[in-house]
Design a protein around this ligand. Sequence first.
Ligand code: HPA
Ligand code: ZN
Length: 336
Amino acid sequence: MPDFKQLIKDLPKAELHLHIEGTLEPELMMQLAERNQVPIPYSSVEEARRAYEFSDLQSFLDIYYAGAAVLNTRQDFFDLTYAYLERAAADNVRHTEIFFDPQTHTDRGIEFDVVLDGIEEALKAGQRNLNISYRLIMCFLRHLSAEAAMATLEQALPHKHRIHGVGLDSSEKDHPPAKFKAVYDRARDAGFLPVAHAGEEGPPEYIREALDILKVERIDHGVRCLEDADLVKRLVAEQVPLTVCPLSNVKLKVFDTLVDHNLGALLDAGLCVTINSDDPAYFGGYIGENFLQTQQALGLSSAQLQQLARNSFTASFLPDDDISHHIHDVDRLFRD
Ligand code: HPA
Ligand code: ZN
């Protein structure tokens, strides 16, 4: 029996579904609240952690957007991002593609550039000091209007060389991908690579819309695809990556427990599945913990762990040469 804990720690990984605002640990939230004189509804780190009990996606989002209010300066965004990168390095993450939500900040009067500059400066420092490569993906908040998303895209256009992709997050129910067709058409024309959250709480139909109408390269979550056999066939045939987030899914009650998670079934179906942490400060674990707890709950084999790590690089937006190099490093671990 392999030492799964050690194997998972040693496994080179890419993280493809990570909201940088969701890495705000209560300790840093308290510090930034003090530094910026922003009131928060918690008097201690313990009280904040106790509040992190969610009944669904919306109950999480309410707390998550409130927490983000402590992020005001370029230094705050730097500190947030660098703290994540240090944790990712400890989990042997070699490449990360992180989401940020500009509207959460610009709607509070924080300049777009302040957010982007702080995050990017930390990503560059992480590349230098921790050897983690990166891509940045800007998400539109789907509970807000398509016009607001278009205005956000316009703000991003002068920074096209710094932002690789666009994504879609926030409240999925009643906000189908089709609502953002014009925004995605324009974003793709401008050269942004498109991804979207779909099939987390929303129906398989939203996954189809993301593929057909938004023409996405990856589906974030996508776990509800198993309700639609034809859709699964298509996702397998086209090897559309699904960025699955097991601990998130349990915290937000998409599955009752990790034992009930369908990740094993997704892998068995031949889908290109990856494991990611989503909002680790809120969901109880970074990517290594997501791998470990899922391995234990579902009894994943070392061949399945190898497949998951390979998939994380195959599904990334890295150039082919870099992908081959990382996959070689993954495979080296399994050679004896
Ligand atoms: N789903 C939708 N919106 C989000 C999430 C998520 O898992 N995390 C942060 N914003
Ligand atoms: Zn997410």
